[in-house]
Design a protein around this ligand. Structure first.
Ligand code: TXA
Ligand code: MG
Length: 334
């Protein structure tokens, strides 16, 4: 059910859940200070309670309300990447709901870069918690149609068009160690690359097990609640291939055994022909940014074919493809 901007703001203020666009993926939003509104997100998504949510704020000035510390390094990152596909995890104020923190002592914050969503945050005066607007473990939605296909037509959706970035935000944890030194860790790769974060924040001095001056490593292991291996999955069983030629051989074998299969390829101009057999495939762009934008839409389309198997070619194992490879690897993990 499509709703207007005014209705979306009114519903959020009444403690209801609304699907909203962002530049990354569509989110299932609720007032981040209203526990019963937040609970509905978990119920609708069938999401475990210990998976924390990202709080979407309208600008950097809102950060202090949520955190006990906003170190200079985190300020620099926020200034460099907000509004944008970038989430900061920082120590949470005591008043922050346990529901939104998923029981963690930290809170995840992001200023989304979507004009309609920023307008909604201003109009409602709220900060909204929003995980991706799909059932737990399923494919993330990048259009309003995807949201309705996954969660049903009863879900109110603010339609902001197709998401430009196409995959979830980069998540960075900024924390202070026992010596009062500030560090950062990448918790989830995204289209704002680790190299881009390093250009702003310097090298992540903290690497687990390795401490520059041989001090024992007392900082906690990176904790990434809610990052299941089985995330972002289509319903169709999926197999990943490093080598496109091997994928094509497997496709031929599937066809000969009358398995119905389809493929996701990368940077291929021609539709591969497999003799007599018809074989549906989609080729993503050879540019990482464009491929990310196309990724979930392509997986949704291939999944809708209800094949016996999806064969997926992985992009090269290079830094610029890290985020796309991460999502495909999780989708293919069974
Ligand atoms: O692009 C995005 O980030 C999208 C759009 C809607 O903004 N949102 C999104 O939310 O991807 P979700 O729920 O699918 O992912 C939230 C993830 C959690 O699974 C967890 O890995 C991390 O963010 N997270 C959230 N709060 C955290 C915290 N306090 N500490 C560590 N990780 C946290
Ligand atoms: Mg998600």
């Amino acid at each position: 059910m499509r709703i207007s901007l005014d209705e979306a703001a009114a519903r959020l203020k009444q403690g209801e859940v609304v699907a909203i666009p962002t530049e990354t993926v569509y989110g299932l939003a609720a007032d981040a200070s209203n526990d019963s509104a937040l609970q509905q997100i978990f119920t609708i998504k069938q999401r475990p309670a210990d998976h924390p949510l990202i709080v979407h704020i309208r600008d950097i000035n809102q950060v202090q309300h949520w955190v006990t510390a906003f170190p200079e390094l985190a300020v620099k990152l926020a200034e460099a990447f907000w509004p944008g596909a970038f989430t900061l995890v920082l120590p949470a104020q005591h008043h922050v709901s346990r529901v939104v923190r998923g029981g963690e002592s930290t809170i995840a914050l992001r200023v989304p870069n979507h004009p309609l969503t920023l307008e909604l945050l201003k109009l409602s005066g709220l900060s909204v918690a929003a995980p991706s607007a799909n059932l737990f473990t399923q494919l993330s939605p990048t259009t309003a149609d995807h949201v309705e296909a996954g969660l049903g037509n009863a879900i109110p959706v603010l339609d902001g068009g197709a998401c430009r970035v196409g995959i979830e935000s980069t998540i960075v944890h900024v924390f202070t160690d026992e010596r009062n030194e500030v560090h950062w860790q990448l918790l989830r790769p995204g289209m704002i690359s680790e190299a881009a974060v390093t250009r702003v924040a310097g090298k992540p001095q903290h690497q687990r097990g390795i401490v520059a001056d041989n001090r024992p490593d007392l900082t906690p292991a990176p904790k990434v609640p809610g990052q299941h291996a089985l995330h972002y999955s289509p319903r169709t069983p999926l197999r990943l291939f490093e080598d496109q030629a091997e994928l094509m051989r497997e496709a031929t074998v599937c066809m000969q055994q009358t398995f119905k299969c389809a493929a996701l390829l990368i940077d291929t101009e021609i539709t591969p022909s497999l003799g007599l057999y018809t074989f549906r495939c989609i080729a993503l762009s050879g540019q990482p940014e464009q491929a990310a934008e196309q990724l979930y839409g392509a997986l949704h389309q291939l999944d809708d074919l209800k094949c016996d198997r999806l064969l997926v070619a992985l992009p090269p194992d290079t830094p610029e493809w890290a985020a796309v490879r991460d999502r495909l690897s999780r989708a293919g993990h069974r």
